[in-house]
Design a protein around this ligand. Sequence first.
Ligand SMILES: NC(=O)c1ccc[n+]([C@@H]2O[C@H](COP(=O)([O-])OP(=O)(O)OC[C@H]3O[C@@H](n4cnc5c(N)ncnc54)[C@H](O)[C@@H]3O)[C@@H](O)[C@H]2O)c1
Length: 250
Amino acid sequence: MADLTGKVALITGAARGQGAAEARLFVERGAKVLITDVLETEGKELAESLGDAARFVKHDVSDADSWDAAVAVAVSTFGKLDVLVNNAAIYTMKPLMETESAELERILKVNLIGAFNGIKAVVPAMQAVGGGSIVNISSQSGLEGLMNHAAYGSSKWGLRGLSKVAALELGLSQIRVNSVYPGPIATPMVPYLTTGPGSFPNLPLERSGLPEEVAELVAFLASDAAGYITGAEVSIDGGLAAGKFIPRGM
Ligand SMILES: NC(=O)c1ccc[n+]([C@@H]2O[C@H](COP(=O)([O-])OP(=O)(O)OC[C@H]3O[C@@H](n4cnc5c(N)ncnc54)[C@H](O)[C@@H]3O)[C@@H](O)[C@H]2O)c1
């Protein structure tokens, strides 16, 4: 169990889904959390339910100019910033030939450029406290080609590359940068997913993952227990990235 006592974290897209599970777990493990999202009602409700350890700020990660203000709220409210989780994203599934370049640009602006601006915005605050941890949430579709994911997959492959470069350049500031590759996780992003045993028979573990399971991994990477881990790519996918799986009865 990762200990986050005394840490201050900014989690983007944390009003619901995996980000919300991370916000809850981080607080449970002793952190203070700035929850940011474009969803104001859900974000405020979550922050209120977590008491003084959490605060919500409406923040669109694709708005480059708003990042400094979001970081300033974290520092002025909780005194410093140790952790950034670049979790916010939008999803689309569409054949390449039906994907307009404007749609690709929209997805890249949130999923990739949002994280890029986030990293640049938090570095001075992390340097001020002698280091930090950045966790970028990519996707299995950022590790291999996935049909009908030209825009989303490109953004997640980009985030994978960005994570590597950031780990190389920010290590000298004792800022660790790792990336996470979820498989099918039951959240509002993919409302058709069900949970429980047998819910995803095409995977070795034969089920979808839960946001709370991803939160445990992110909490570990954010914590000092992961102090020598940077530039790592960690899959959390029920075995999806292991290779070609043959489901029972095939
Ligand atoms: N659910 C899955 O199966 C799955 C699989 C692989 C990767 N992921 C990744 O996991 C992360 C979390 O996704 P989730 O499954 O919890 O989905 P979700 O849709 O429940 O949560 C995403 C959150 O990001 C917020 N958001 C969207 N655009 C934003 C913006 N411009 N600025 C700020 N916030 C914004 C949304 O409002 C939402 O609260 C994402 O990066 C997603 O790409 C999800």
